[in-house]
Ligand binder design. Structure first.
Ligand code: HEM
Length: 490
């Protein structure tokens, strides 16, 4: 007998003023964004941290060149930056503040480790080696606040670089794109019109729309959960279809915001600010890992770098849809990425995966279990199958645009073979995109024959375009593999 999946509470009130709760808890209002806008101002004990971070970016807020422009950060950290770990104990019950400290120390750690690589990159050389030891005035405090907040002691996407790194220029205007600014940056990101700012802010702008996606997913799980006891199965399916339709609408909105990346962050600029968001795992800059001075028995550590791969929206869809992924080393990387996120996001994603399987949600959706008894039920089931393909299509749309980003911002700009998160740049994104396309074909083949009139023009048009896209993708990947001498499966 399998054990029942433990329930998961998705907040309907994000409780923004409760500092005893972690900064990140999934809600139907804020989705995967932190419960409240990130803490910007640090207590006075951390003035030295605030000062070095303000003076750090290549271009500071005033427009003057900062420590990274002159390659002076390492010197200052080594000679005069204090160890503030003990001051953290004064505030450790305030978890959003601990999250802000985690963000800030992870910016300092990455800048310190990768500063030499940035200098070589500017000279047109390869990245060479990064610093291989994190001194104890950074290693101790980052490890402590990472422990208190549940993150890896290295920069992460949600807890640091992207989702905990914005402030509202005018609090009254709220989370409108033009009203958000970065709190921390490496290169030119304090200027909201820069490519570094645009890159991060578009991620935030997309996740700002994740509340309805979370709400609709939870609704669908609930509808299927009630289906077996529902005295009116027709009404149950109608309601399930409404939930699926809400998922499609939410994903369309998120994808349309993703499209704004082209205008907000220029492909040519990406490789220059991304030097600072590389990780340790799989990177030539850290062949022997990084020693966190005084910690982990002084053994070299390895963590993945910041990456949108640690965003929770697409994994939510993968888990809900029970997307089959091939058993390849590339998929193993995807699984590893799913460790790098707020604990509550991890638990929620696991919950959705287990609950979808436990409820046989896909079988219910595609009508694999019970035959419809009335024409009305048949019609609603046909709608479900079409909507299922439409949801898959939004995941395809996201991953296809993503492949286009990788092609234009990375493959055409640099020969460095590994992305910031440590995945191989040519083959990794196509591994998942191919899996989505295969599932679309599979679902279409499985369902279309069951319905006299097929699945309707929306689904048929989607399938036609998807198959064309699969051909294009294969040709492009084959070409990049041949140009770079990379095997297709790794
Ligand atoms: C210029 C824009 C972007 C570039 C160049 C880019 C680059 C990449 C790369 C290279 C990867 C591979 C993983 C790794 O880092 O090792 C990745 C994965 C990923 N990124 Fe992005 N990214 C961009 C924008 C975005 C945006 C706006 C989002 C929105 C949340 C996002 C979400 C993701 C996701 C979900 C994955 C995993 C894909 C999958 O599961 O198939 N990315 N990104």
């Amino acid at each position: 007998m399998g054990t029942a999946v433990p329930p998961f509470e998705v907040l309907t009130d994000a409780r923004p003023h409760d500092n005893s709760l972690p900064a990140f808890l999934v809600s139907t209002t804020r989705g995967f964004l932190p419960r409240a806008d990130p803490v910007v101002t640090l207590p006075k004990e951390f003035d030295a941290l605030e000062s070095i971070l303000q003076r750090m970016p290549v271009k500071t807020l005033s427009g003057e060149p900062g420590l990274l422009a002159h390659s002076k950060l390492g010197e200052e950290v080594d000679n005069s930056f204090p160890d503030l770990t003990d001051a953290m104990e004064l505030y450790k019950g305030n978890l959003p503040l601990m999250n802000a400290l985690y963000r800030d120390y992870s910016f300092l750690a990455s800048a310190y480790l990768l500063e030499p690589c940035h200098q070589r990159f500017l000279k047109g050389e390869g990245y060479g080696l990064g610093r291989s030891t994190l001194p104890k005035n950074i290693s101790r405090p980052i490890a402590r606040c990472a422990e208190l907040t549940g993150f890896m002691p290295f920069m992460e996407y949600a807890g640091s670089y992207a989702l905990y790194n914005y402030r509202l220029e005018d609090p009254a205007k709220g989370l409108e794109y033009d009203n958000i600014r970065l709190i921390r940056a490496f290169e030119h990101g304090l200027d909201p019109t820069s490519s570094e700012a645009g890159f991060v802010l578009v991620h935030i702008d997309m996740v700002r729309n994740s509340g309805p996606l979370v709400a609709a997913t939870v609704r669908c799980l609930e509808e299927v959960s009630n289906a077996s006891t529902n005295p009116d199965p027709v009404e149950g399916r109608r309601s399930f279809n409404e939930g699926l339709s809400d998922i499609v609408t939410a994903m369309k909105k998120i994808n349309s915001v993703m499209e704004t990346m082209w205008g907000k962050s220029r492909p040519r600029d990406y490789t220059s600010f991304r030097t600072f968001i590389f990780g340790i795992t799989g990177q030539s800059m850290f062949p022997n890992g990084v020693i966190y001075e005084g910690l982990f028995d002084n053994k070299p550590m390895s963590f993945r770098g910041e990456s949108g791969a640690n965003d929770s929206m697409v994994p939510l869809m993968d888990n809900f849809l029970q997307l089959p992924l091939p058993n390849t080393p590339l998929t193993a990387i995807l699984t590893d990425f799913r460790e790098y996120r707020p604990s509550n996001h991890k638990t929620f994603l696991q919950y959705v995966k287990s609950r979808s399987l436990e409820l046989d949600l896909k079988d219910y959706a595609l009508g694999n279990k019970v035959e419809p008894t009335s024409d009305e039920e048949k019609d609603l089931l046909r709608q479900t199958c079409s909507l299922w393909i439409q949801v898959l299509n939004e995941v395809r749309d996201f991953r296809w645009r993503h492949w286009c980003f990788a092609r234009e911002y990375i493959l055409k700009q640099t020969s460095h073979p590994t992305a910031t998160g440590g995945s191989p740049i040519v083959t990794w994104l196509p591994n998942q995109l191919e899996a989505v396309l295969a599932e679309m074909v599979n679902v279409h083949d499985m369902t279309k024959g069951k319905h006299q009139k097929g699945l309707g023009t929306v689904a048929e048009d989607i399938m036609e375009a998807a198959l064309r896209q699969r051909d294009t993708l294969r040709k492009e990947v084959d070409k990049f593999c041949a140009d770079r001498g990379v095997a297709r499966e790794n």
